[in-house]
Design a protein around this ligand. Structure first.
Ligand code: NAD
Ligand code: 89Y
Length: 341
């Protein structure tokens, strides 16, 4: 039985707790949040006995295999460093860091302490995305040469996550980070990126639209586009739509989780809808299922002493894309060569 504690009991952490309760071989012993009313409410809802307002106190008092950090980005570095020096394994929510320097410091801290560090980069764990990856790996459409990963919506994300409207950075760092990670997952690491971004909604501070072009080491060129300013006849939140063209066929992941595969054998359509977990709510069920899947993956990795897919080290490459996208957009859409840090 792996014993864990959750730090940060806000909007999204409720999904983490539901998922932990559903998984076998893991138990959440304690929860921690600076907000004492919220911590009480969360502990009662999930019947967790021990609560802490301070993460250092939690780590001193509890015998843990891991901590699950579900705070916003500003507190990730101090909390990850604290957990690493306490010798516990770590999951940290995305965005992992505000700067590459912070991200590198966290991966170093985990490495020095010999603990596993996974970034909660869950979108690649959505069942529809995994289904597409399986088709690509099967060779049914041949080697991909072009792709598009697209997330366009007008869903009100600001009421649940008010900081999205006031932070200095928005869609690339908050949502684009997932979409860029999906592009890496499907097409491999990127060699270069060029980006343009825009703020359409006058009521928010930062960009709510971004369009990026990546050239991947595999030779695939991909378009990664995101918008929270696109009012359309069908609201697709939170679906990532995909287009992939390969040497002998193509695939499209269409709204409503419909996967259409065109190969030399003809056209096939599959429904790759995510299951509606007992605690999940539409339209978030797609994201909620991926939370369950990535947390299960983390426990599997601890049990097998294996490195998670989205380890801290792996996530540096996704973060480098985020940083390069901001740089490109601020500098006339200049193409940025990536170092693969
Ligand atoms: P939130 O503000 O609702 O919750 C954060 C909580 O952390 C707050 O309750 C706050 O009091 C607590 N906190 C902050 N610093 C703390 C500290 N040092 N010790 C203890 N508690 C502390 O934020 P949220 O909307 O739940 O987002 C949290 C993270 O989850 C963000 O990084 C966000 O980007 C991410 N998120 C991820 C997904 C996903 O699909 N992966 C979806 C939504 C949000
Ligand atoms: O914070 C974001 C995320 O990670 O997934 C969707 C979201 O909640 C709003 O963009």
């Amino acid at each position: 039985m792996k014993k864990g504690a959750l730090i940060g009991c806000g909007f999204f952490a409720q999904n983490h707790l539901h998922a932990w309760q559903e998984l076998s071989g893991v138990e959440i012993l304690a929860v921690c949040d600076r907000d004492t009313a919220l911590i009480r409410e969360t502990a009662d809802r999930f019947k967790i006995e021990r609560t802490y307002a301070d993460a250092a106190e939690l780590l001193n008092a509890e015998e843990l295999d891991f901590v699950d950090i579900a705070t916003t980005v500003q507190t990730h570095r101090p909390l990850v460093e604290l957990a690493a020096t306490s010798g516990v394994n770590i999951i940290c929510q995305k965005p992992f860091a505000d700067t590459m320097e912070d991200a590198q410091a966290m991966t170093r801290a985990a490495d020095d302490a010999g603990v596993t560090l996974m970034v909660h980069e869950n979108f690649r764990w959505q069942s529809a995305i995994r289904a597409v990856k399986d088709v690509l790996d099967s060779g049914r459409i041949g080697d991909p040469f072009w792709g598009r990963v697209s997330f366009r919506s007008a869903y009100d994300v600001y009421s649940g996550q008010p900081y999205l409207a006031t932070d200095d950075r928005f869609i690339i760092q908050d949502l684009g980070i997932h979409i860029l990670d999906i592009a890496r997952f499907l097409f491999g690491d990127a060699r270069s990126i060029a980006a343009s971004s825009k703020r359409v909604n006058p009521l928010i501070k930062a960009e709510d639209v971004a369009t990026m072009m990546l050239v991947h080491e595999t030779g695939v060129t991909s378009i990664v586009d995101c918008s929270y300013a696109s009012l359309m006849p069908r609201e697709n939140f939170p679906e990532s739509l995909l287009e992939v063209d390969g040497h002998t066929g193509s695939l499209r992941l269409l709204p409503g989780y419909q996967l259409v595969i065109q190969s030399a054998d003809g056209t096939e359509q599959q429904d790759v809808s995510p299951p509606l977990l007992p605690w999940a709510e539409r339209p978030w069920h797609n994201i909620q299922e991926s939370v369950r899947n990535i947390q299960e993956h983390f426990i599997d990795c601890l049990n097998a002493s294996a490195s998670p897919e989205t380890s801290g080290l792996d996530n540096l490459k996704t973060l480098e894309l985020v940083e390069a996208a901001y740089l490109s957009a601020a500098d006339g859409n200049r193409t940025i060569q990536l170092t693969g840090s």
